[in-house]
Design a protein around this ligand. Structure first.
Ligand code: ADP
Ligand code: ASP
Ligand code: MG
Length: 422
């Protein structure tokens, strides 16, 4: 008997018919003798619908009061899901009980709309499991120290599931979704993308942080910190497929330190449209300038990603960086009102229509020439690189958004990611 956590995403929970299928699958696992905890998302489209209602009443986004209410609203989507799934399981003859985050409780900090999980008390859940019940816990939400409902950021149900698995020392956490595993890149953009049977934890972390939404980054961080055995697999296989076959399907996140000699140099390609570029032109080139520019941006809680400072001519330089697209307007305002005069920049300009494309692979550590192959591939397609950022296991470029799909496809081909035999 093992303790298993299943997570089902929005599409997998998208209708009562699909919820019935989830219930049948979970019942199969429970009847095979496992203790089951299930963490579902809201039904597909529901979180967007709920947040859309709030936006109709107030386009304003960032006051703490408003953010609190957004979490109050968005969290209801998952509450509906857990109740429906519990009913569906009971209809299958399976004892089950559902809990909202605060009932467990899943305690978080107060960061509304992007709260972090601080602790999970598993006593109640364990008592139910001991009575033979399937326990269903809302994804995406928790409760802060003052008793307010919080949410964990978009895609946060992945994190709820992995955190529950970590807290309960589950034998495995299975993330059921609408694709049958982690691919070399998003199969919606490149149909020739190949499913990976395994992916190293570090690569998965990079993929998630660089824009692949198949797993929320914090879920991967949790899996790494607590060594949670984690697998991504399809919820669209027939519910009654052989359980051992199901348990081996999809993509396993591995924690082995050694790079397999057969390891592809590049394992995957990630991309993100969620970025915007801002630049200050004609900035005096003197010590402290980066701090003078980026300090106020960081103080305003705006995350900065890629940064580039050009070589100076006549004592003047250009300074550019990227931020989340949602912070674009705010960043431009702040630079114009608080920074431009202060540092003596000639002008502040911006471009919200950029994207970031990244190649990822632990094989890059021991091989040179990977980045140059990336740059050559893009140049052959006539794509101009605006910014570059590298780490040991990834190279990212910022390019015009309109070339994103072309760039991803060309790189996918250039690095032979389509070949069979993962
Ligand atoms: P869920 O609702 O189950 O959480 P998401 O929509 O959040 O599902 O994540 C699954 C989606 O992630 C897939 O439908 C796919 O389009 C996208 N995706 C992006 N990059 C990848 C990748 N490298 N491998 C697999 N899926 C990816
Ligand atoms: N329902 C939430 C969202 O749409 C959380 C999740 O699906 O993981 O972002
Ligand atoms: Mg998701």
């Amino acid at each position: 008997m093992a303790l298993i956590v299943h997570k089902y995403g929005g599409t997998s929970m998208g209708s009562t018919e699909r919820i019935r299928n989830v219930a049948k699958r979970v019942a199969k696992w429970a009847r095979a003798g496992h203790q089951m905890v299930v963490v579902p998302s809201a039904m597909s489209g529901e979180t967007n619908r709920l947040l859309g209602l709030a936006k109709e009443l107030s386009p304003e986004k960032s006051t703490p009061e408003l953010l609190r209410e957004l979490d109050m609203i968005a969290s209801t989507g998952e509450q509906v899901s857990v109740g429906l799934l519990a009913i569906a399981l009971q209809a299958e003859g399976m004892a089950s009980v559902s809990y909202a985050g605060w009932q467990v409780p899943i305690k978080t900090d107060t960061g509304y709309t992007k709260a972090r999980i601080a602790s999970i008390d598993d006593a109640r859940v364990r008592a139910d499991l001991a009575e033979g019940k399937v326990v269903i816990i809302t994804g995406f939400q928790g409760i802060d120290p003052e008793g307010n409902i919080t949410t964990l950021g978009r895609g946060g149900s992945d994190t709820s599931a992995v955190a529950v698995a970590a807290a309960m020392k589950a034998d495995e956490c299975l993330i059921y979704t609408d694709v049958d595993g982690v691919y070399t890149t998003d199969p919606r953009i490149v149909p020739e993308a190949r499913r990976l049977k395994t992916i190293s934890f570090e690569e998965m972390l990079e993929m998630a942080s660089l824009g692949s939404k198949v797993l929320q980054i914090r879920s991967v961080e949790f899996a790494g910190k607590y060594r949670v055995p984690l697998r991504v697999l399809s919820s669209f296989t027939p519910w009654d497929i052989d359980i051992d076959e199901e348990a081996r399907s999809g993509t396993l996140i591995t924690f082995e330190e050694d790079v397999n000699m057969e390891q592809a140099l590049v394992s995957g390609i990630a991309f993100s449209r969620d970025e915007a570029k801002v630049s200050l032109h004609g900035v005096p080139d003197r010590p402290g300038i980066a701090y003078q520019i980026l300090g106020p941006v960081a103080d305003a809680n705006i995350d900065i990603d890629v940064i580039i400072q050009n070589v100076a001519h006549d004592g003047k330089t250009d300074f550019s960086f990227t931020v989340n697209r949602g912070d674009y307007g705010r960043t431009l305002d702040l630079l114009k009102t608080q920074v431009q005069g202060e540092v003596g920049a000639a002008e502040v300009v911006g471009d919200p229509k950029i994207c970031k494309v990244s190649i990822i692979g632990i094989g890059m550590r021991s091989h040179v020439g990977i980045a140059s192959k990336m740059f050559r591939t893009l140049s052959e397609e006539g794509i101009n690189i605006q910014m570059i950022s590298t780490s040991e296991i990834k190279t990212s470029v910022v390019i015009d958004e309109k070339y994103m799909e072309l760039a991803v496809r060309a790189l996918h081909k250039a690095f032979d990611l389509e070949q069979a035999g993962s």
